[in-house]
Design a protein around this ligand. Sequence first.
Ligand SMILES: Cc1cc2nc3c(=O)[nH]c(=O)nc-3n(C[C@H](O)[C@H](O)[C@H](O)COP(=O)(O)OP(=O)(O)OC[C@H]3O[C@@H](n4cnc5c(N)ncnc54)[C@H](O)[C@@H]3O)c2cc1C
Length: 338
Amino acid sequence: MRAHENIYISSLTTMRLGGIARHVIEIEKLEDISDAYGFASQFNMPVFVLGAGANTLGHDEGYPGVIIINRMRGIVEEPTESGPVRLKIFGGEPWDAVVEYAVNKNLTGIEALSKIPGLAGAAPVQNIGAYGQQVSDVITEVFVYDSVTYEFKTLTKPELNFSYRKSLFNTSGKNRYFIISITIELRPGQMPRPFYNSLENYISEHKLTDFTPKGVREMVSQIRADKLPDPRTTASAGSFFKNVYIDDRAAEKAVEKGVPVHRSPYQNKVSSAWLIEQVGLKGKLLHGIRVSDKAPLVLINESARSYNDLSKARAEIVSKVYDKFGYWLEQEPVELVA
Ligand SMILES: Cc1cc2nc3c(=O)[nH]c(=O)nc-3n(C[C@H](O)[C@H](O)[C@H](O)COP(=O)(O)OP(=O)(O)OC[C@H]3O[C@@H](n4cnc5c(N)ncnc54)[C@H](O)[C@@H]3O)c2cc1C
């Protein structure tokens, strides 16, 4: 393991905010995990498991405990009797390297999740999703260290309670598990058409014909590069708010009020980006935080000096949307607090 003291959280998170973390421990082998938790409990300090910090917000007062990061990498192909290809991926592997590996083998299932920043270990936490795919569609199990029972465990898919941007790991099991590896199953072939609307529109606009996993990866990468900030150069945590999901009655009322509702047999979605645009905040700078003019769900830290600035910007957006439409926007990124 590699242990560090007094590290700025702003250097560990893509929103680049946050004061000093007392201890940061990088896990390089299985035995390091219980050592790291043991160290924290010996000094009665809280533990936060961090990945690449692409969905986590640091606070100005820092973190008075131990931040643990999974640095174990590797993608291992496991034999299956027939059909799918099973990949066991260590949590320290960058997620996009996993997608690249899969598309190079012509495997379908995660190509639309190309270029999502972060590590594979974080992928199940908020059940990452984009362009009609979500990681819960392909995950079969997750291997964890349980910090309550001090056991290594395999959690199978039914135990993971996946739904939109949710899983066991950010609900009832929050802060309990250290994700060591995830196992996914993919198949040779292609994503079924029609694709997600924005992908279909991009295909017609650019007259594209390659729908192989590699082809879809290229399209998605291009669309994302055109509208989303690159965390290497621009500070953000990606989409800052979740979309709003409403029941059928609320959907009828919304439509009567002129709010567009994306209806499907399973859910009714109101686009939070649309709501933010309607209250006139698209492209606006609030307390050093820019509401992206290309993707208004994304907040960019242009010149915020503190978490407090972000907090003020967030409050302004949330209250403007609530005052006009009556929906409370729910935040997507996680708060790094004790
Ligand atoms: C520009 C940009 C675009 C984005 N686009 C998308 C998108 O299209 N779709 C999408 O779903 N998300 C998107 N995100 C959000 C982010 O990429 C994902 O949430 C990603 O999974 C975060 O990975 P991370 O390693 O950075 O996690 P972190 O931010 O470090 O952690 C996120 C959460 O996971 C927990 N965690 C991390 N690693 C582990 C582990 N090993 N064990 C247990 N818990 C762990 C943390 O405690 C925290 O609760 C985007 C972010 C950015 C900056």
